[in-house]
Design a protein around this ligand. Structure first.
Ligand code: HMG
Ligand code: MG
Length: 282
């Protein structure tokens, strides 16, 4: 059976958006449960400004508190060198820089133009790679932006190529609003795949309008075999008003398995984690 990797992002993309201040111990319990499900990567930390995203303030404590499962990388978001140094000190196994294909979202999310953000990421990626870490490069708003409207595929391909050329080991394409139709995803991917090998591309679909699984299918048809998902469908983005959570991990795993792909995930553990995640929601 052909393999598809699901990258679990719920403890970061999901929990960053909850209104309640979730205690570190609850986050640790969720990650420890997810560590038994068979993931190779769990994104569970974000070393951003606590003024911008207070929900991620305990990320170092989360990385210190979890029981690390052999073979699992614990991923952290790192917007700048300070975030990277904190992530390295906390023992993150993979880091991620996060840019956008639209100027409006870039400004709202990280207070920088696209070009300024790329200049900021270059030394982060360089230092992370020198430390032996893999680096994800997220591109947000790959079809639509909450501030600027529709986003041209060429704009996504340009940012993705810059991130790849500076040394990112994988580009995760964020459909941040979760409203795109599969045709728009397909057109965007065609442009990106002119620039980057498909093995190094991941799909990151939010599910506001219920098209996420159709968008996964559009990406599978072009050869993408890595997808981000959130346990229990947790999430959203504080700087994308109205956007709902990522595609739910359990639903994505079941969908992929019905189509004959192997995810290596244990559905019972996923269900246990989903119940835990839903209990953490506000
Ligand atoms: P800024 O205000 O331009 O930067 O923010 P600054 O350098 O002036 O710093 C502002 C304050 O933050 C200062 O503190 C810094 O020390 C502090 P003050 O002097 O005011 O007390 N600071 C930090 N603190 C902790 N860790 C750091 C750090 N850096 C500065 N690393 C900045 C620029 C990038 C820091 C800010 O805009 C930020 O933190 N943004 C993060 C926003 C965010 O996390 N968004 C959600 C994640 S992205 C996402 O969800 C999309 C994704 O899922 C894909 C998709 O769905 O599309 C990935
Ligand atoms: Mg996201």
């Amino acid at each position: 059976m052909e393999k598809v990797e699901i990258v679990e992002v719920g403890p970061r993309d999901g929990l960053q958006n909850e209104a309640r201040a979730i205690p570190v111990a609850e986050k640790v319990a969720l990650v420890d449960c997810l560590s038994r499900a068979g993931f190779r990567r769990i994104e569970c930390a974000s070393f951003v400004s606590p003024k911008w995203v207070p929900q991620m303030a305990g990320s170092a404590e989360v990385l210190a508190g979890i029981t690390r499962a052999p073979g699992v990388l614990y991923t952290a978001l790192t917007p700048n060198l300070r975030g990277l140094d904190d992530a390295l000190a906390a023992g993150a196994g993979e880091v991620a820089v996060f840019g956008a294909a639209s100027e409006g979202f870039s400004r709202a999310n990280i207070n920088a133009s696209i070009d300024e953000s790329l200049d900021r990421f270059r030394p982060v990626v360089e230092r992370a790679r020198a430390a032996g870490l893999r680096v994800r490069g997220y591109v947000s708003c790959v079809t639509d932006c909450p501030y600027d409207g529709p986003v041209a595929p060429a704009a996504v391909a340009r940012v993705a190529a810059e991130l790849f050329d500076m040394g990112c080991t994988e580009i995760s394409l964020g459909e941040t609003l979760g409203r795109a139709q599969p045709e728009a995803v397909a057109a965007m991917l065609s442009a990106v795949l002119h620039e980057i090998p498909v093995e190094q591309v991941a799909g990151h679909f939010h599910d506001t309008a219920g098209h996420a699984l159709a968008n996964v299918d559009a990406a599978l048809a072009q050869g993408v075999r890595i997808f981000d998902a959130s346990v229990g469908g947790l999430g959203g983005c504080p700087y994308a008003p109205g956007a709902a959570g990522n595609v739910a991990t359990g639903a994505l795993a079941a969908h992929l398995e019905r189509r004959g792909y192997e995810t290596g995930l244990d559905s019972k553990v996923l269900e246990e984690a989903a119940i835990m995640a839903r209990g953490m929601r506000t």
